[in-house]
Design a binder for this molecule. Sequence first.
Ligand code: G3H
Ligand code: PYR
Length: 225
Amino acid sequence: MNSLFPNDTLQRIRSCGVIAVLVIDDAAHAVSLAKSLLAGGIDVMELTLRTDAAIESLRRIRSEVPEMMAGVGTILRADQIKVVADAGAAFGVAPGFSPGVVKSAQDQGLPFAPGILTPSEIEAAVELGCRELKIFPAQASGGMKYLGSISAPYNHLGLQYVPLGGINAANMVDYLRSPIVPAVGGSWIATRQLIAEQQWESIAANAKEARREVDRLREETQETI
Ligand SMILES: O=C[C@H](O)COP(=O)(O)O
Ligand SMILES: CC(=O)C(=O)O
């Protein structure tokens, strides 16, 4: 097996343009959260394994909000991959590159994007067969200028990068203009605090704002073709 993203999963991520990265403390909030994101036009989310509620939240969303594509983030150990795959995650990601985690994702057939920040990490990930990568922390490391520079030697490989870290409605379009970026990810749409306070309208409004940025960019690029 491999851990490549199937075309339809990648297409869904590209079409959404933004992955809502979530830290959820209470699985009872999961369904309302997913519905709020959908109301704002965001249908791809990443539940981070930073809290115990992430896996139960994934199960509830899969069963009650099937229109949402839910992946899992912050996968730090190889043994977590089976739990994530068994719970029905559409994909897995991590902030960094761990060969053991990548190999476990390949064994389980879970689409997986490791985090990279250096040429050596890109090369190690490519050597293991990865094509979809996360770049973290994107803004602090130099934003799209850094990503454009670091990715240049590998452009012939068709790698795809999802930037994460410090991204928001004001800077997301800088990344999305690049053909090597199918989507950005970020926690600004639904912060841990907004979720804990059940601020569903604010979350839907943030999602809508992000959606507007993606749509505006699409209109602009079509106009210039
Ligand atoms: O720790 C990283 C976050 O999950 C994603 O970055 P952000 O909070 O800057 O959006
Ligand atoms: C930061 C990130 O990429 C993750 O937690 O998976």
